[in-house]
Design a protein around this ligand. Structure first.
Ligand SMILES: [Zn+2]
Length: 412
């Protein structure tokens, strides 16, 4: 839905030109004096502190196409519960969609851009508010919270997801109106610390993990994205999170979430198999069907099932190559190889392995490695070769794990 910009007065934020004049310095200092909260002006933070590094060029963010429509649907806006301040010295009326805010001018004019908006608008009133269109109502509310927040509020550790959502919105505001370096720094630091907080991450629902993941992708937090993905994969493996929500978000961003995507599809198959003792081709589609999955996803699960089963079939019949150990020699090694292959084939047919479903390549390889490392008949070969062979299985398992997503690539 297009935003009806023609009816709006707000200009798109633009990059502020560098100003180093004395006038600017004075204005800056006066603005800082005029307010006491930490993330507001002075926020601009260049002129007054000679130690403040020069501003970095504004980064170009990968922004998701924004489809919200900020056209008001009501004649009379609702007064915001929190940031329509009754204080008579709060004189700036701001309308965003159907919500009216009223805040202090010294707060709103924290960037030159907002100052210019206000200057060109002239005095605001409830019937003639400044209209904001580039931000959503939730973003504005979060932004005002940040402007008015005290040091102790800002220092509070995030323990609940709604507080993190507020940080997401503040981040989003700072990307839209970039002239807020201190706010950017604060919000980015919050995101970084939460992503590394295991207790918080363990408390997140799948929906929260999905929102955090999407945020980290769109706002370019690659290190945090890696942490969230790792945590989510662990949660899936320990069965403390269901696979379907992970499949949904991973299919939306398959390039960014390769690991999560592979693990989530893989574990979904194992869950389905666990629930069904007998598996037949005709029952397969029905087995993987889930009201929350679309047809493409069900087909990918099915294709992945067959692909993983075929992988094990190949491995079962064709043992991994046994590397030549440091203390072995070519002539003796022929014997090592022959015993290795015999024991491999034998272990692959043992009851314990046969009890694992054929699509569970990771469990099968773990089991095989375990069987062979305890296999007395294999202990007669050169110990270096034996060790190297077991290491090959471990590497094969790692490689299989890293490539899980490839089994679910078809039928898009
Ligand atoms: Zn050997």
């Amino acid at each position: 839905m297009p935003m009806s910009r023609d009816r709006q007065e707000e200009k798109r934020p633009r990059k502020r030109a560098r100003v180093d004049s004395d006038d600017e310095d004075q204005q800056q200092q006066q603005r800082q004096k005029a307010n006491g909260t930490p993330l507001r002006a002075g926020v601009n933070g260049s002129a007054s502190n000679p130690n403040t590094p020069k501003k970095e060029p504004i980064r170009h963010w990968r922004v998701k196409a924004e489809y919200w429509d900020n056209t008001p649907t009501k004649e009379v806006a609702d007064l915001d519960d929190v940031f329509y301040l009754s204080d008579p010295s709060a004189t700036v009326y701001i309308r965003c969609k159907d919500t009216m805010f009223k805040i202090h001018e010294r707060m709103f004019t924290c960037t030159e851009f907002f100052q210019e908006c206000l200057d060109s608008h002239g005095p605001t009133s409830i019937s003639n508010p400044h209209r904001m269109v580039a931000a959503t109502v939730d973003e504005l509310r979060a932004f005002f919270w940040a402007l008015y927040a005290t040091d102790s509020q800002l220092a509070e550790k995030i323990t609940e997801f709604p507080h993190l959502q507020r940080v997401f919105r503040i981040c989003s505001m700072t990307r839209k109106y970039p002239d807020l370096p201190r706010m950017i720094e604060w919000a980015d630091a919050q995101v970084r610390s939460v992503a590394a907080d295991n207790v918080f991450m363990d408390s997140c629902s799948s929906a929260a993990l999905a929102e955090f993941t999407t945020f980290a992708i769109l706002h370019e937090f690659p290190d945090e994205l890696a942490l969230i993905q790792k945590k989510w994969c662990e949660r899936l493996q320990s069965k403390s999170a269901p696979s379907v929500p992970a499949i949904q978000v991973a299919d939306e961003y398959p390039e960014d979430l390769k690991e999560l995507r592979g693990i989530a599809y893989y574990l979904h198959i194992q869950d389905m198999m666990d629930r069904q003792t007998q598996f037949t081709e005709s029952g397969a589609t029905h087995l993987f069907a889930d009201p929350k999955l679309n047809n493409g996803q069900v087909m990918r699960l099915l294709a992945g099932y067959w692909s993983l089963s075929a992988l094990w079939e190949r491995l079962r019949l064709k043992p991994a190559e046994l590397p030549l150990g440091a203390s072995c020699c070519d002539e003796a090694h022929a014997k090592c190889i022959s015993i290795w292959e015999r024991r491999w084939t034998s272990a692959a047919g043992w009851k314990r392995i046969l009890g694992i479903n054929t699509a569970d390549a990771l469990a099968l390889l773990s089991c095989l490695q375990d069987q062979l490392s305890n296999d007395d008949d294999l202990k007669v070969i050169n110990p270096d070769c034996r060790r190297a062979g077991l290491e090959e299985i471990r590497k094969l398992r790692e490689k299989t794990k890293d490539g899980l997503g490839d089994h679910f690539a078809g039928v898009v």
